[in-house]
Design a protein around this ligand. Structure first.
Ligand code: ADP
Ligand code: MG
Length: 366
């Protein structure tokens, strides 16, 4: 199997006259053999992207190109695409093997040949030996493997995955991630994956497109989005927790945390400092390298690494910074601590009036 190059241009879907677009003017490239994740909250238009790509729904405007060919008017079954949904949608009364062989049989392949190919794809998803079982006898994770084998057996130019692992528990989900990574090495498919889980996008995709309210907010490699979100909305969708309102003056961000140098030049004016909790280090109040000193107001254990919220007061105003502690590190609530915010991990985004940053109390009510 070799994947095709997918290009979505100005893709728009409006369901009713005067209603808010489910998808608005989305441009997205999925290079051949790559995996692109569409990441967004529920209702953001993720499934709409897949349905329009697959031809299950028609765009109000815009186009879908596969290897340079416009797919307008091309029937879903002629697009060379296969989809895997959150629910596996197997035929429960058929054997696992015949579920995978189904597409070949419909296309008129002889039963024996179709079953032989089905077995090959079952091997690929590590279900060799399960072919004779009835599909209803499988666990959720196994069902999803069969759904994946069935999709791959169609040898699609593009594999469309609509939150296929979100119903699985964490351990199974991780197994599926490893399986998919292995399949990518062996088959080189083009994958458009939809997920609401930024960790899943980070684990699987070469590039990520962040969708909210039907609009594409930002696209790029996941590391870049984590480190340099274009907006507060992107920062939040990627699990960013710290938002410190302030003002940029002469390349420094001024806030209750003090005047902090920024790694990149930023124009003067109001701006929100964001910094990943994974990058912040909690030290002692006496730490000469601390960028700010504050009080630990909340500590939440998260496995080996606790998450601590530190309140910092400056100029009569208060800001909070979240930090992930190192394994085994602990901080008591109420303790005064130092915070190190590495320059490379500081980033500012514009003030978002629709999604106000953490309220900044005025000096009078502090
Ligand atoms: P997601 O997959 O990100 O949860 P969807 O793409 O399913 O989001 O939906 C995007 C928006 O379009 C939602 O507001 C949803 O209610 C709306 N929508 C989806 N399908 C229809 C439809 N057939 N008729 C009207 N609205 C729809
Ligand atoms: Mg959906």
């Amino acid at each position: 199997m070799s994947g095709g190059a997918l290009r979505l241009t100005g893709l728009t879907r409006v369901h009713g006259k005067g209603s808010v677009p489910a998808l608005a003017d989305v441009d997205l490239e999925v290079p051949a053999g790559s995996c692109v994740a569409v990441l967004g909250p529920s209702g953001s238009g993720k499934s709409t992207v897949l349905r329009l790509t697959a031809g299950l729904d028609e765009p109000t405007a815009g186009s879908v190109h596969l290897d340079g060919v416009d797919l307008a008017g091309v029937l879903p079954e002629r697009r060379g695409m296969a989809m895997v949904f959150q629910r596996p949608l197997l035929f429960p009364h058929l054997s696992v093997r015949d579920n995978v062989a189904f597409a070949d049989r419909v296309r008129g392949a002889p039963r024996r040949a179709a079953r032989r190919r089905a077995e090959e794809f079952l091997e690929l998803v590590q279900l060799g030996g399960y072919g004779g079982r009835p599909a209803r006898a499988l666990s959720g994770g196994q069902e999803q493997r069969v759904a994946l084998a069935r999709a791959l057996a169609a040898e699609p130019r593009v594999l469309l995955l609509d939150e296929p692992f979100s119903a699985l528990d964490a351990r199974l989900r991780e197994e599926m991630h490893e399986l998919l990574a292995g399949l990518r090495m062996r088959l080189d498919p083009t994958i458009l994956l939809v997920t609401h889980d930024h960790a899943e996008a980070a684990a699987l995709a070469d590039r990520v497109a962040v969708l909210d309210g039907g609009r594409l907010l930002q696209a790029g490699p996941m590391r870049e989005l984590y480190a340099r979100p274009a907006s507060l909305a992107v920062s939040r969708l990627l699990g960013g927790r710290t938002e410190v309102a302030g003002v940029v003056r002469d390349g420094r961000h001024e806030s209750p945390l003090g005047a902090l140098d920024l790694a990149a030049p930023v124009p003067d004016g109001p701006a929100v400092l964001v910094v990943r909790h994974e990058a912040v280090r909690v030290t002692t109040a006496a730490d000469p390298a601390a960028d700010a000193v504050g009080t630990a107001v909340r500590v939440r254990p998260r496995g080996l690494r606790a998450l601590v919220t530190v309140e910092v007061t400056g100029d009569g105003r208060t800001a909070t910074v979240d930090a992930e502690l190192g394994p085994g590190e602990d901080v008591a609530t109420g303790r005064t601590v130092g915070l190190r915010l590495p320059v490379a991990d500081r980033w500012v985004v514009p003030v978002d009036h629709d999604a106000p940053a953490q309220p900044v109390p005025s000096p009078s009510d502090a």
